[in-house]
Design a protein. Structure first.
Length: 186
């Protein structure tokens, strides 16, 4: 992406995050996002097909960067420490965009962002399995990944609704919830 397109994408990203924090993400219009970003509607469509798709792309991009930073690349590592660092970064991401996630997670008609979280965790778990960081008790790794991903998304949904949210407290509770073969287990 050239520098001009990167600037436009950055402005659109900031606009969709701002608007989604103050209104239902599924009701955002292209015109509203483009106007807030200070770009033309055609520029919006160069980057995304809809405001909700743009929002998912922006949030997924942040989550994917965190995964790559801590779980990417090759070589041996302390997987428990890598999973802990990734989880802390995901918690910071959720805190930073709390209003956006709460609007979606609390909506009975829109589970889009919960699905986004689950898909992110599913991909991360498959990556951990591929790297040998997990010793699953069953051969169907996809089954295991989906099970842990859905539970993680649910646990984070609850954490996000709390008035007082402490990342370290979440990690302690999460480590007790995940199976003993999980790299972060207590």
């Amino acid at each position: 992406m050239d520098a001009r397109a990167q600037r436009s994408f950055g402005r659109l990203s900031a606009a969709v995050l701002e608007l989604a924090a103050h209104g239902a993400p599924e009701t955002l219009s292209v015109a509203e996002v483009a106007r807030t970003a200070g770009v033309h509607r055609s520029t919006f469509y160069e980057h995304s097909e809809s405001p909700s798709a743009l929002l998912r792309a922006v949030l997924r991009g942040e989550l994917d960067e965190a995964r790559e930073r801590h779980l990417g690349g090759g070589g041996d590592r302390d997987w428990a420490a890598a999973v802990r660092a990734t989880t802390l970064e995901v918690l910071a991401h959720l805190e930073r965009h709390r209003a956006v996630y709460l609007r979606s997670l609390g909506s009975p008609t829109d589970g889009t962002l919960r699905t986004l979280l689950s898909e992110h965790f599913h991909a991360s778990i498959l990556l951990l399995a591929e790297r040998g960081a997990l010793r699953s008790p069953v051969a169907d790794v996809d089954l295991v990944a989906r099970y842990v991903a859905e539970g993680t998304a649910g646990a984070l949904s609850v954490w996000l609704t709390r008035e007082v949210r402490d990342a370290d407290d979440f990690l302690v509770a999460f480590a007790r919830l995940v199976p003993s073969w999980w790299p972060l287990s207590a």
